[in-house]
Ligand binder design. Structure first.
Ligand SMILES: *[C@@H]1O[C@H](CO)[C@@H](O)[C@H](O)[C@H]1NC(C)=O
Ligand SMILES: *[C@@H]1O[C@H](CO)[C@@H](O)[C@H](O)[C@H]1NC(C)=O
Ligand SMILES: *[C@@H]1O[C@H](CO)[C@@H](O)[C@H](O)[C@H]1NC(C)=O
Ligand SMILES: *[C@@H]1O[C@H](CO)[C@@H](O)[C@H](O)[C@H]1NC(C)=O
Ligand SMILES: *[C@@H]1O[C@H](CO)[C@@H](O)[C@H](O)[C@H]1NC(C)=O
Length: 679
């Protein structure tokens, strides 16, 4: 009896300590001595710490943000032991919170809010907006973050593969959701899915439940006042034992981009290894009223009685506004709706590049000018390519391809982040490659270090791998159409990455003989392409052959011989091959520092890819096998190259040799019209 009495006194003592540490328990209801569960219906006096722009209003509303480009946090003060012991797995938990998102401008917002469980409370090095105040471009996605996030995202960001601009997602360690769903709920009576607009300004409740046995996370959303729907919004599986640190903190972040948005939390409940207590809805604070309605009423009254002078002022303002609008005007068509998340606003791109200032110009070539930019919200560095384009022909097809390519991610391809369209102009947004294009290293060395053989061979293999992916490994065949050294970009680790895929397609209206445009760059164009104007995987292989020679020899595809005559690089290499001096064609700047077998193989493979008959060229799969040394290269027989001489062959078909002297091949646009007349 005495012993029992002692323990219960001890428990009371514990409770007393907990109550003390919680401060005045106005709206706080304690559920158990361990404080492993709690409920706040309003946050006045709650045991939380605030950071950034967060404030608790007098009525208990936890307002994370009020303004633009800001971040606010609220943490449960004490860390939580989700495991109980460092060696145990993370226990089940459940939580629920009521939130409200109010856009100050026209239901547009640029940011989001999140519930998160993190190892610490210091987020000083994070970015606002799409980064939710939890990550920055270099920490995003790192397994060291050890963060579990439920995002309420009101901004569709193509960079992070957001599904739309109104979704709930579960993220682990980064912003690309492991699973996400458009905001809404399944009606208990009808079973029908009903959309909810997160930033409607109406309060909503979200339930998050983690089951340690199944490692399932169940998310359920409903408008405030509706009972928790039977069918959750979605369920996803992630073993949090592999994510969370012990102990961990939990809390909310709200983060706005360029548009002011109010992110608020009205109530929150949590239970570790048990259900979260119910939030008392009657006690919740109210969301502040937006002043939108009031404003429109004022307009209704003022406008009819406005004097002529007033109208003139308004008129001037409208003209100014229209001018501003036309500066940012975009072209949008119905079929583009589904591509929403991949669409960038022209305004953002305009600001990213400071109005496409020349000082941000990275290069002009290919199909237009490329600018370096920094996206206003995410601060991510991007390359913005402006392509002028008059006809709408093929645009839908092209955008569809662009967007689907945007979904593909490959180590050796430059990631396409999205696009924007204006009248006569298409703008493509790519990830930024800090080390520029390969041709600068091969041909304009003054400001670039020389690439050694190992690096060159690595780049060759990388590009072959990227091209193989486009040709064979992805859902559908993508033909690059413009492989050349200037379309190979070097990332920060000096890996070669293939850029600009599929762009040539826009200009390649194929079958109509009257208007056949051959697109590509001289020296890389396969003979059958010059004849028919039709691109195929084999025409890509041909261009890849030229690329191999270009990298191995360090020479342009069309070079000058000793007598200053223009000759094709392939003819020059072939001549050396006939004379048994193939290895002499390797870039003299390497000063003999290269692997002879590899160089021999690359040169011969280049010749093999450059076979005038498409059917005789290897596929990219074979090319990869040769490069990996899995298959030995077939011996080249002299008969293989009968009639191989490119210039004579093209001239024999009526091709004008003068075109070969086209100045500065690598940076030229490379669009030749009317070549089909050359037959
Ligand atoms: C947001 O902040 C502004 C000024 O800082 C203030 O006037 C306004 O009342 C605030 N809005 C809300 C809803 O708190
Ligand atoms: C956790 O496991 C390690 C060995 O894996 C052991 O040395 C340590 O004592 C364990 N700690 C606890 C608290 O069980
Ligand atoms: C947060 O971390 C940064 C470095 O990441 C440090 O400079 C700063 O002092 C830390 N702030 C606090 C409050 O610990
Ligand atoms: C709900 O939203 C989705 C995605 O935004 C949309 O496709 C669908 O038509 C909407 N449904 C209703 C009933 O509004
Ligand atoms: C989750 O991960 C932990 C640690 O890796 C492991 O011990 C546990 O078995 C996993 N749980 C499930 C259900 O797979």
């Amino acid at each position: 009896m005495a012993a029992k009495r002692h323990t219960s006194i001890f428990v009371y003592y514990l409770r007393f300590m907990v109550i003390l540490s919680l401060g005045p328990p106005n709206h706080v209801v304690l559920c158990s001595a361990q404080a492993d569960s709690f409920v706040y219906s309003g946050f006045q006096g709650a045991d939380i710490t605030l950071d950034g722009s967060t404030a608790v209003q007098p009525d208990g509303l936890l307002q994370l943000t009020n303004g633009s480009d800001i971040i606010g946090y609220a943490f449960h003060r004490a860390p939580l032991r989700f495991r109980g012991s460092p060696n145990f797995t993370v226990q089940s938990f459940s939580l629920s919170f009521v939130f409200g998102i109010q856009s100050v401008f026209d239901k547009e917002s640029s940011g989001g809010m999140a519930f998160f469980i993190s190892p610490g409370k210091n987020f000083s090095n994070t970015f606002p907006g799409s980064f939710l105040g939890l990550f920055n471009p270099s920490t995003n996605g790192s397994p060291n973050n050890r963060i579990f996030v439920v995002e309420l995202d009101t901004f569709g960001n193509g960079e992070f593969k957001d599904i739309d601009s109104n979704h709930v997602g579960v993220d682990i360690n980064g912003l690309i959701s492991i699973e996400a769903h458009t905001a809404g709920f399944y009606d208990d009576k009808t079973g029908i899915f009903r959309n909810l607009s997160l930033n409607s300004g109406d309060p909503m409740q979200l339930w998050v439940e983690y089951d340690a046995q199944t490692t399932q996370v169940v998310l359920t959303l409903a408008p405030l006042g509706t009972a928790k729907p039977q069918r959750p919004l979605f369920t996803t599986t992630t073993n949090l034992s592999n994510v969370l640190e012990e102990p961990s903190y939990m809390g909310f972040s709200g983060s706005t981009g360029s548009l002011s948005t109010l992110y608020s939390v009205l109530g929150w409940s949590f239970g570790l290894d048990g259900p979260a207590p119910a939030i008392n809805i009657a006690n919740l604070p109210k969301l502040p009223h937006g002043d939108r309605k009031a404003r429109s009423k004022v307009l209704e009254i003022v406008l009819p009685i406005a004097s002529a002078a007033f109208i003139a002022v308004v008129g001037t303002a409208i003209i100014l506004f229209m001018r501003r609008r036309s500066r940012y005007a975009e072209l949008r068509e119905d079929w583009e709706v589904e591509f929403g998340p991949h669409r960038f606003s022209y305004k953002d791109l305009y600001h990213a590049t400071e109005g496409f200032k020349n000082q941000h110009l990275l290069g002009a070539g290919g199909f237009g000018k490329v600018y370096k930019g920094v996206l206003p919200v995410s601060k991510l560095e991007v390359a913005v390519k402006k392509v002028s384009h008059e006809s709408r022909q093929g645009m839908k097809e092209f955008i569809t391809e662009v967007v689907s390519i945007g979904h593909l991610r490959h180590r050796y391809l430059v990631q396409l982040l999205g696009y924007c369209r204006r009248k006569d102009e298409l703008i493509l947004v790519y990830e930024y490659m800090p080390n520029g294009s390969l041709d600068r290293y091969l041909h304009f060395e003054e400001d670039k270090p020389m690439l050694d053989w190992t690096r060159r061979f690595g780049i060759i293999k990388g590009i072959a791998c990227g091209l193989l992916y486009l040709h064979e490994k992805w859902e559908k065949i993508v033909i690059h159409r413009d492989i050349k050294a200037s379309n190979v970009l070097l990332d920060n680790e000096m890996n070669g990455r293939l850029g600009d895929f599929g762009l040539a397609r826009l200009y390649d209206h194929g079958t109509n003989l009257q208007t056949t445009h051959v697109v590509g760059t001289m020296g890389y164009l396969a003979p059958e392409m010059l004849r028919s104007g039709k691109a195929s995987p084999q025409t890509d292989v041909f261009a890849f052959g030229t690329f191999l020679l270009e990298v191995a020899c360090g020479q342009r595809p069309i070079k000058q011989d000793a007598e200053n005559k223009q000759i094709m690089l392939v003819d020059w290499v072939l001549e050396h091959w006939h004379n048994g001096t193939l290895i002499q064609t390797v870039d003299a700047r390497l000063q003999g520092n290269f692997d002879q077998d590899e160089a021999n193989m690359v040169l011969k493979l280049g010749l093999l890819c450059l076979h005038p008959l498409a059917a005789a060229r290897p596929s990219m799969k074979q090319v990869m096998e040769y490069l990996d040394g899995e298959t030995a290269l077939p011996e080249l027989a002299p008969a293989h190259f009968d009639n191989f001489h490119m210039v004579s062959m093209m001239q024999g078909r009526g091709f004008r040799a003068s075109i070969l002297s086209y100045p500065d091949v690598t940076t030229s646009v490379g669009t030749f019209s009317g070549l089909s007349g050359g037959r």
